[in-house]
Design a protein around this ligand. Structure first.
Ligand code: EPS
Length: 379
């Protein structure tokens, strides 16, 4: 599927225009609304989420509950619709698009910041929730969650982090979903650890908020049930890892994307990085043709092709640039020093972003799945 979004943070709402979605597919609207609700959640969100109740309306492309193959227009209304009366700002926020956008487009900052706002991700989540339903029908489940907020994993050694990876590797999709869905931070710590972690993270975010600051974190997404063969090594722009990185990197505030061991490969020897191949004749007739791996350091992709293991993607979210205690800036008109503008914002939107990353990954995997043609292995 292809999709584009339109809309501004305090405009009438957001539209996702989805094309090339298969015909005859039954769309479950409450499933889309549940994803939108989850995107509004997570500890650390600002006042806006108390104003909005994000719900999708399908304007086209669906007849009697089923897709028709025609463009699907998904519409999510903004309650806080006041773009034309919202004051312009002249003191750009470092880390936001304000300055670069105003210079590039020769416009005041207000229209630039309205379009750049992370509220645009309502449209991406609505579109991604369609893709996620399509993938579920093919046996693929995607689970996004929060790995850490700020430096909450920084007291762990590389080895402890790797053990945490292995612990998460041992969990199936249902267990990850269960853990995540009972956490206000969308974390997947064990039941024994989670109470302590939730308290710790709550304190951390409260402290950051009291200091007028903001905080980022690490998001992880896992795709279960992905067959061997999505993406291809044969052309650079059809590699699955490249498509994933581009789509996730395009999400507001994401500064880095890694797959499998990711940046940790730089610290380890090849013998520890790659996943040895074994053969189990009892699995000869299954999708993996009997070739099995006991580890998944590659994160489910080798050479741009899915290798049948769970796809593991992590991404780094920067702290939101709108802060109650703003950084120094310059007034656009007078060129005098002035603090950057503060408008109501989130202190921490990492849990919400994990919902966005999950749904954006779904769009990439759906496209790869639609192009996927099973490879004939000859013995
Ligand atoms: C967001 C809505 C916005 C911000 C945030 C995300 O609402 P408002 O600007 O009205 O408070 O809370 O947007 C940004 C981080 C940003 O930089 O614009 C949302 O619905 O996700």
């Amino acid at each position: 599927m292809d999709y584009k979004t339109a809309g501004e943070s305090h405009g009438k709402g957001f539209l996702a225009l989805v094309e090339n979605f298969p015909a005859g597919f039954v769309i479950d609207i409450p499933v889309i609304d549940a994803e939108l609700r989850r995107r509004q959640g997570g500890y650390g969100r600002g006042g806006r989420q108390a104003i909005e109740v994000d719900k999708v309306e399908i304007l086209s492309g669906v007849w009697r509950g089923k897709t028709t193959g025609a463009p699907i227009a998904l519409w999510v209304k903004n309650a806080d619709n006041r773009i034309d009366t919202a004051p312009d700002i002249t003191n750009p926020r470092p880390g936001h698009v304000d300055l670069a956008g105003a210079v590039k487009f020769g416009l005041p900052i207000r229209p630039i910041m309205e379009r750049a706002s992370a509220r645009e991700t309502v449209a991406r989540v609505a579109a991604g929730a369609l893709a996620k339903q399509y993938l579920e029908s093919k046996g693929i489940t995607i689970v996004g969650f929060v790995r850490s907020i700020g430096n909450s994993e920084s007291n762990l050694t590389d080895e402890q982090i790797q053990n945490l990876n292995y612990e998460i590797d041992s969990l199936d999709a249902n267990e990850l979903l269960r853990r995540r869905n009972c956490s206000e931070f969308y974390i997947v710590r064990s039941d024994a650890e989670s109470v302590e972690w939730e308290l710790k993270l709550k304190q951390l975010i409260d402290d950051v908020s009291a200091a007028g600051d903001s905080i980022g974190g690490l998001i992880e997404v896992r795709a279960f049930g992905v067959p061997i063969g999505l993406g291809t090594h044969t052309q650079w722009d059809q590699k699955l890892d490249g498509d994933i990185a581009k789509s996730i990197m395009s999400i507001q505030a994401i500064k880095g994307v890694e797959i499998g061991l990711g940046f940790n490969v730089t610290k380890m020897l090849g013998s520890k990085v790659h996943d040895p191949i074994e053969y189990d004749p009892s699995q000869e007739n299954s999708a993996n043709r009997g070739f099995i791996r006991r580890t998944n350091n590659a994160g489910g992709i080798e050479g741009g092709i899915s290798n049948g293991a769970t796809i593991v993607v992590r991404c780094a979210m920067k702290p939101i640039p709108t802060m109650r205690k703003p950084l120094d800036s310059i007034d656009w008109n007078t060129k005098e020093s002035k603090q950057a503008v503060y408008e109501r914002s989130d202190v921490c939107a990492v849990p919400a972003a994990s919902v966005v990353v999950e749904n954006v990954l779904a769009t990439v995997l759906m496209n790869a799945f639609k192009k996927f043609s099973p490879i004939n292995f000859s013995k």
